[in-house]
Write a protein that binds this ligand. Sequence first.
Ligand code: APR
Length: 245
Amino acid sequence: MKRIRIGPEERVFVLTGAGVSAESGLKTFRDQGGLWEGHRVEDVATPEAWAENAARVWRFYSQRRRDALKAEPNVAHRSLAAMERALGERFFLCTQNVDDLHERAGSRRLVHMHGELFASRCEFSGAGMGAFACAAKPFHDEALYESDAAIARCACGGRIRPHIVWFGETPLKMNRIEREIAQATTMLVAGTSGAVYPAASFVNWAEPQARRIYIGPEEPANAGSFTQIVLGKAGEVLPELFEVG
Ligand code: APR
């Protein structure tokens, strides 16, 4: 395959999804055997689910913490960290993933728009709490909570919740994401089905002349918005795909 050249003036915006962690052994959501086969979103990934049964929500995220603690970054994560080292501030990574494999592979210029698996926060903190908001910040947390009694409490009395953006909640760092997309000359999207918004819109927010490249084993739902589709596993395609400089 002909390598895609990234010139000295180019700025690269990368969006990743669960597919880039698949080769690390972590389940995706909508593939065969994915997370949404074994669980209903309504039961584990909405504010209503939390209000109805916080322990069930925490059992879901505790299992994902167990799985992620056993996983190692794969070639896809390492390739993106290498691209960042080559491009410096001309590189930006937005991930929909909540695992920490990009960081563990060396990525630094990244944001987690759907939150982070190894962070927790007070249920009364964060956007949308208004005057009653708790000022406590999210904190690093690898603990497993499997029952109501086990759920830790904030000093304000609130229960500790996953620092995850649930369906119906507002994605994080959108201002920074929009700024980075506006400057990008190449958008690379890898390992995401294009089923969830606003992430699936990012390809349409890029400048008209920007290159828009998708990498994954099957076409995403928004395939028509890309200038190039590279079919294959991220860990197999990414190492050889780009030539920087
Ligand atoms: N390399 C690249 N892509 C892969 C690989 C791989 N080895 N294996 C699977 N894929 C692709 C699949 O083809 C699919 O398009 O990864 C994508 C996974 O899609 P989803 O399971 O829908 O995951 P994602 O797109 O990240 O979901 C978006 O939905 O449930 C919410 O918040 C959750 O962040 C998640 C969001």
